[in-house]
Write a protein that binds this ligand. Structure first.
Ligand code: UD1
Length: 341
């Protein structure tokens, strides 16, 4: 079976391509390489012994997207990752975010419908919950007004897929990720942030390797045991595996509804200081950090109720925090060695 992975050279996309290929799926990637590198294809091939098919274009272009789907009407399902994802940038450039993240989805759905392709897995985020009143947060928890245009595009895209399913044969699984971190155990693929990272894990590894002078811990007076904010960090490989299961569920028509939503996390919350502690233990490196003011827009604490994904998908995150920080550090070291060569 042939699976289209949009954004397949990106962070979560590349790990998902590896998992799909290891299960025997044929993969075709569409990516405009705006936030990833073509070399990722070689590294996917090194890990899985197979180079995925690849086409470079931006799915915002309707003509290119429709021509692509016409040519590849034998695609069995789509996993849609391709999107801009920087919260701060989305506040500065909202139209770029709305055009890119929403128009591409509309074009994909039109291309699917025209070619009778039914199944789509969508890359959503726990950001749709904002700061929930009760924890852990389940899929039943009300979606809150988005705090940024980026978050809003995730909410709108979920609604577009749902609305489209009412009037067509489109079926979808919306996967709400908590905080994906870590890298593949081979250290051949991982997160490649452009410029200064916003997210915690790449900032930690870059500060530890000397690329950044030190880490700023955003907020240390929160109502949490150690005062720092709490998130549900999940290993990217565990996350990737859930996509393969979601595709299988759609293709085998095992779902209970045309549109299903699942939280993907571990169910455990860790504070920023706990992540730092784990990193220092697994890497053996003492991290330089400073306690700073809060970052505007941050939620205090969130972690997932994963029982729906556990029971319905038969999926459970297997890797713990130490495996996440260890693999993230090995990836950072592999990058440093590559640059040194
Ligand atoms: C961010 C996005 C969220 C997105 C998610 C995907 C924001 C506000 N939210 O979530 O919409 O879906 O990534 O991965 O950007 N931290 C520091 N110092 C740093 C960086 C982070 O202390 O240099 C802290 C943050 O304050 C937070 C935690 O680490 O408490 C995690 O931050 P981050 O990795 O940026 O993820 P989120 O903010 O949870």
């Amino acid at each position: 079976m042939k699976i289209l992975v949009t954004g397949g050279t990106g962070y979560i996309g590349s790990h998902t391509v590896v998992e799909l290929q290891s299960k025997g799926y044929e993969v075709i990637i569409v990516d405009d390489l705006s936030n990833s590198s073509i070399e990722v294809l070689d590294n996917i091939a090194k890990i899985s012994g197979k180079r995925p098919l690849f086409e470079k274009f931006n799915l915002v272009d309707p003509d290119k997207t429709y021509a692509f789907f016409k040519l590849h009407s034998d695609i069995s399902a789509v996993i849609h990752f391709a999107a801009h994802k920087a919260v701060g940038e989305s506040v500065e450039l909202p139209l770029m975010y709305y055009r890119n993240n929403i128009a591409s989805l509309v074009n994909i759905l039109q291309g699917m419908i025209s070619n009778n392709i039914r199944d789509i897995v969508f890359s959503s985020s726990c950001t749709v919950y904002g700061q929930p009143d009760t924890l852990p947060v389940s899929e039943e928890t009300a979606v809150q007004k988005a705090a940024s245009p980026y978050g809003n595009t995730k909410q709108i895209c979920e609604e577009i897929i749902t609305d489209t399913s009412f009037s067509s044969n489109i079926r979808g699984i919306l996967l709400r990720y908590f905080n994906p971190i870590g890298a593949h155990e081979t250290a051949l693929i991982g997160e490649l942030p452009l410029g200064v990272p916003n997210c915690l894990m790449p900032y930690i590894t870059q500060a530890a390797s000397g690329k950044r002078p030190f880490l700023r811990v955003w907020g240390h007076d929160y109502d949490t045991p150690d005062g720092t904010a709490i998130r549900d960090y999940i290993h990217v490989v565990d996350l990737a595996k859930a996509h393969v299961i979601a595709v299988e569920r759609l293709c085998n028509a095992n779902g209970k509804d045309k549109i299903e939503t699942f939280n993907l996390g571990t169910g455990n919350g860790y504070s920023v200081l706990e992540v730092i502690k784990s990193f220092e233990k697994t890497s053996g490196v003492k991290l330089k950090y400073e306690l700073n003011d809060r970052r505007p827009g941050d939620v205090v604490k969130i972690w997932a109720d994963t029982s729906l994904a556990n029971n319905e998908l038969g999926w459970k995150a297997e890797k713990g925090l130490d495996e996440m920080t260890d693999s993230a550090w090995k990836w950072e070291m592999a990058l440093a060695n590559k640059i040194a060569k």
